[in-house]
Design a protein around this ligand. Structure first.
Ligand SMILES: Nc1nc(=O)c2c([nH]1)NC[C@@H]1CN(c3ccc(C(=O)N[C@@H](CCC(=O)O)C(=O)O)cc3)C=[N+]21
Length: 291
């Protein structure tokens, strides 16, 4: 079998176009554009590129972009003061503080300071709790993008066996919550799982988010499975995912590439969440399911 390569770039472009159209309508109704503030502390090269790409995508989707670049030696009090100012700023609907933060800063305290109604990353404990309990909140962008790709590929997900490899607050845990809400039978595997291959042998859906290059081997994939690779590992062979792509592509029904898979959907979902935040904050009705 040779897998269908899931085109995350195309799916993301389509999502950004839908968001852009709805953002224009929001501007016509409210008299202002949806606004996204991105905060970058320090000079990390990869983070700097992501932030620039987010800014460009925000403008292209007819939204306002507010970029805040702070020096690497910024104090906790200074960063908290900026978050407070963004919380109060009515032009700002969404706030993203780029991770990782320099060592002297307490990321959890910063994320918890963001107004949950502006938390378009979905990292605030209030939004994590809403997702866990089935309430409406903001869902982290990467798992949301993965779910959209799975629905595009498979349609109905109910009853399927899903194995999520990785248990981070940013990807693994929210991904498992979304798949559970979609009526999958969900296993969360991780670095200490015994006999991962035995779990994957039953997996109709695999989401790999462990942060280790080519950790998931092709032989472990069930024939006909759908494989979503969240990994972004910079190696000597260039950018590679958490899945052995060639091996998995020879048995899976469908697989996301790296790059060009999940990554572009993450940014598109950030814009989607910002659009939703703008509507909620102004009381303008939006059918978020239809985006
Ligand atoms: N508060 C916060 N929220 C985030 O959502 C967040 C963050 N911090 N810190 C860093 C990670 C990483 N992340 C990516 C987004 C897009 C691509 C992406 O578009 N990747 C391209 C390739 C990019 C390349 O070549 O490096 C692709 O996969 O095709 C990757 C990674 C968001 N993150």
């Amino acid at each position: 079998m040779t897998a269908t390569i899931i085109d995350g770039k195309a799916a993301a472009a389509a999502l950004r176009a839908r968001v852009g159209t709805l953002a224009e309508a929001f501007t016509a109704d409210s008299g202002r554009k949806p606004g996204l503030a991105v905060v970058l502390v320090g000079e990390d090269a990869a983070s700097s590129v992501y932030v620039r790409n987010k800014g460009k995508a925000t403008l292209a989707a007819n939204m306002a972009s507010f970029e805040h670049r702070l020096p690497a030696d910024t104090s906790q009090a200074e960063l908290i003061a900026l978050v407070d100012a963004l919380n109060r700023d009515d032009k700002v609907d969404g706030i993203l503080v780029q991770l990782p933060l320099p060592d002297q800063l307490d990321a959890q305290a910063v994320l918890t300071r963001i107004d949950p109604e502006k938390d378009v990353d979905g990292f605030h404990p209030v939004n994590a709790g809403r997702l866990a309990t089935g309430l409406n909140g903001f869902v982290p962008c990467t798992p949301l993008g993965c779910l959209m790709l799975l629905r595009d590929q498979l349609g109905e997900l109910a009853g399927l066996n899903a194995v999520v490899v990785g248990r981070s607050n940013i990807v693994g845990k929210p991904m498992a919550a979304l798949l559970t809400a979609a009526d999958c039978t969900v296993t969360i595997a991780h670095s200490r799982t015994r006999n991962l291959a035995a779990h994957l042998a039953h997996a109709d859906i695999v989401v790999a988010a462990v942060g280790r290059a080519k950790f998931v081997k092709g032989e472990w994939i069930k024939p006909g499975a759908t494989v979503i690779d969240v990994g972004i590992n910079r190696t000597e062979d260039g950018l590679v995912g958490d899945v052995d792509f060639e091996g998995a592509a020879s048995v899976a029904a469908a697989i996301t590439p790296v790059p060009g898979g999940v990554g572009p959907m993450t940014i598109a979902c950030l814009l989607r969440n910002t659009l939703v935040a703008a509507h909620r904050r102004t009381g303008i009705v939006l059918d978020a399911q239809a985006i």
